[in-house]
Write a protein of this length. Structure first.
Length: 183
């Protein structure tokens, strides 16, 4: 069975528990923090999968690191360790965050620009493109990419809106070299 499917199941279970306990926002914040910890520390996942560490040692390490986290989040992580599913912790956090975003009508998006965007510009982009993807707003991450030359390229899930100068030049080039182009 795919790891993503398994991660989704754990995320759904944690989501249901969070709903019942009215702790969805707290759990979401905890999982976002956990995801940042895993992204900032690449060795942590390898460490948790190390065969010489016992399940109890792994649990103690996580419990010590996650003081202040809700018991729902900690118990889910302990269950993943008990079942030797340490590798899906990041995936499970991603799936939970996606589910929360769907509930709130938000989508995560990446916007590529030549220069960093101001908060006002991010807000305008969010208001413009959110309805196009059926959401109320976009949670934008700005990536500075000088290769686009100008304009913006926006990625929401698997959809790309390309209004960059380099994208327009590529489209013109394809049109000019296509056999159907009339001169």
């Amino acid at each position: 069975m795919s790891e993503t499917i398994i991660a989704k199941r754990y995320a759904n279970a944690l989501f249901q528990i969070g709903q019942e306990q009215s702790k969805l926002d707290k759990i979401e914040n905890e999982l976002r923090a956990l995801k940042e910890i895993f992204q900032g520390n690449k060795g942590l996942e390898k460490f948790l999968k190390h065969p010489r560490l016992s399940v109890n040692e792994k649990k103690q390490l996580l419990k010590g690191s996650l003081k202040g986290f809700s018991k729902e989040t900690v118990n889910t992580l302990m269950l993943l360790i008990d079942r030797h599913r340490e590798e899906i912790i990041k995936d499970m956090a991603d799936q939970f965050i996606l589910k929360m975003n769907d509930k709130k009508g938000i989508a995560d998006a990446t916007v590529y620009t030549v220069n960093p965007l101001s908060d006002h510009e991010k807000e305008r982009i969010s208001k413009t493109f959110a309805p196009k993807v059926g959401k109320q707003s976009l949670n934008l991450t700005n990536v500075v990419d000088p290769s686009i030359l100008g304009g913006i390229r926006l990625r929401v899930g698997n959809r790309i809106f390309d209004g960059s100068v380099s994208g327009k030049l590529s489209r013109i080039e394809r049109e000019l070299v296509s056999p159907n182009y009339r001169r």
